[in-house]
Design a protein around this ligand. Sequence first.
Ligand SMILES: Cc1cc2nc3c(=O)[nH]c(=O)nc-3n(C[C@H](O)[C@H](O)[C@H](O)COP(=O)(O)OP(=O)(O)OC[C@H]3O[C@@H](n4cnc5c(N)ncnc54)[C@H](O)[C@@H]3O)c2cc1C
Length: 405
Amino acid sequence: MGASLGPGIVIVGLGPAAVNALEGIRSQDVDVPVTILSQEPYYAYYRPRLSHLLGEEVSSESLAIKKPQWYEERNAQVLLGQTAKAIDVDRKTVSLDNGSELSASSVILACGSSPFVPPLSGLDRENVFSLRTVDDARAISSACETAKTVCVVGAGPLGLEAAWALAKRDLEVHLLEHGSRLLSKMLDQNASRMLAEIVESAGIVLHLSAFSEALFPGGIRLAGGEEIPGEVILFSTGVRPNLDVPRSAGLKINRGVEVDKLMRTSTPWIYAAGDVAEFEGSVGGIMPVAVAQGKVAGVNAAGGQEEYVAVPPSYTLMVMGTRLFSVGDVQDGPDVTSIVDVDYDSRVYRKLVLLGDKVVGGILFGDIAGSDKIRRAVEEGVQLPGAAKESVPDYASLLDMIVRD
Ligand SMILES: Cc1cc2nc3c(=O)[nH]c(=O)nc-3n(C[C@H](O)[C@H](O)[C@H](O)COP(=O)(O)OP(=O)(O)OC[C@H]3O[C@@H](n4cnc5c(N)ncnc54)[C@H](O)[C@@H]3O)c2cc1C
């Protein structure tokens, strides 16, 4: 590399937001030069599968979202292992950490997020990890080859999936959770309780209301003094948007880079999408948001006109062999009607939540059939006239109404 390539569209980062941005750009303009900078030496891959694969061979190729040929067919120049350092807004250039520079008519920030690790004492001991990349997964697996105990800090979806993958390797796994129940935003009390039973029956030692205080060579100490074994410590305590490049451009930033419906930042020729972006006060952090925002950013950066419609938070995961789906608002409350179908023996729990006639949320636990329809109903704010508790006696009838709709 050396000379400037522009002007064209420069995409910073290569994850799902960037892939969909490229798709969006080419839906409008087949000629505009596109350059994609990927800090990692890999083409975009599915991160969600990393947690399932701990302890197994992981290759970026087997997880790839698109093959290298796909980028070639779309005439995109992909620079693997190249990191954007800063954007010069006056000169409309993106500088790289290798000293070279790209001119840009537009920039799409698709640089994602990085794991957040709480500032505890003792973090400098060996075998302390978080999981974001293929390289992280390989390092964790390798450390676990000689370890007998692992402590996973944080029982969000990623922490749960990682704990399960490690428990299958005959490791003694401890799972620490700040909250008093599991997945408190995605599940209601009943589903959280069922999930805790499943976790414990998989041999994982679950510690709820556990506040980590300090790491020591063989484990982690909780506030209150209890010592939890962990030759390997895996932090799964959330992510923070990667803001160095956006900051260099002086963009408006709150928790993420603030964007409007067109995915434009406070500098209109710079767009942002995915984990790095903040739309109407919320930072995505999940694949469906990265996919939808990336597409909109690409279309608009290439001269089109498309508005992003916020995707309600939804999650599908496989924990301890049990499938789980959650979308929208799932908690009980005075203003909502909850319709529940439960079979404790086979650990199947299904719930739909209505606000008036509108489907606003759902949980599927153990059997996620119908999840696409429920997600769509919540996304589209489907109204089901007469769908009050009195007229809809059970879950099956309500689901039937959604499906027919
Ligand atoms: C283990 C794991 C499990 C997950 N499970 C789920 C799940 O089940 N469901 C779900 O919806 N979501 C899940 N997620 C979240 C999902 O993967 C992210 O929301 C999604 O990857 C965000 O896409 P993105 O394109 O915004 O950013 P990313 O996928 O983070 O990609 C951004 C890329 O940009 C690169 N980059 C950063 N800075 C620069 C720079 N300056 N120059 C060049 N490149 C740069 C990064 O290295 C990275 O490769 C999971 C994530 C992880 C890590």
